[in-house]
Design a protein around this ligand. Structure first.
Ligand code: URA
Length: 210
């Protein structure tokens, strides 16, 4: 993936995103849409996964058929909102290994605070996809990627639903080697660190906590 930022402008993605932004969308609807849109974004972020071939027999004849090469992909959820994107990717790639980075944002300093880290073994040999719906300040995303690199990951991609220009810039400075795939590059962050026009607090909307 040569671009640092890819905005997936597919009509289905944009349509589902509009439904997700709408404050009238229910918790159940928001969760379902997030799973669906994540699958469409995952399609884009995995398009350069290396293939090898394997001999199989169709009902007609033998053939060498393409199959994913190398170690299983590692999917890393940045808690808690990242969990809303896990199922969508796992439906497409059921054999993916899954890790978790626990980060919360201190609402005063907007700085990330880490409280949990658990990653699959052999990160250095895997494509690692970090998922978090909202790339806002980029502070927690950059810190999560720092942790993944410290654990050995060297082929990381970042999958989010919405990105703010500030977050993209922060990631570009901290991790220029980590391509970002998103459904939208929104206008800006507000003074509280929320993405505008955004969709509000993704965690609260998917888990119904507000
Ligand atoms: N996290 C969210 O859930 N929403 C934002 O707008 C920014 C960060």
């Amino acid at each position: 993936m040569s671009e640092h930022l890819t905005v997936v402008d597919h009509p289905l993605v944009q349509h589902k995103l509009t439904l997700m932004r709408d404050k009238g969308t229910s918790t159940a609807g928001f969760r379902r849409l997030l799973r669906e849109i994540t699958q469409l974004l995952a399609y884009e972020i995995t398009r350069e996964m290396p293939l090898t071939s394997t001999p199989i027999e169709t009902p007609m004849e033998e053939m060498d058929a393409p199959i994913l090469a190398g170690k299983k992909l590692a999917l890393v959820s940045i808690l808690r909102a990242g969990n809303g994107m896990l199922d969508g990717v796992l439906e497409l790639i059921p054999s993916a290994r899954v890790g978790f980075v626990g980060m919360y944002r201190d609402e005063e300093t907007l700085k990330p605070v880490q409280y949990y880290f658990k990653a699959p073994e052999g990160l250095q040999d895997r494509l690692v996809i970090a998922v978090d719906p909202m790339l806002a300040t980029g502070n927690s995303s950059a810190a999560a990627v720092d942790l993944l690199k410290e654990a050995g990951a060297n082929n990381i991609r970042f999958l989010c639903l919405l990105a703010a220009p500030e977050g993209v810039q922060r990631m570009k400075e901290a991790h220029p080697d980590v391509p970002i795939v998103t459904a939208s590059l929104d206008r800006e962050l507000n003074e509280s660190g929320y993405i505008m026009p955004g969709l509000g607090d993704a965690g609260d909307r998917m888990f119904g906590t507000k």
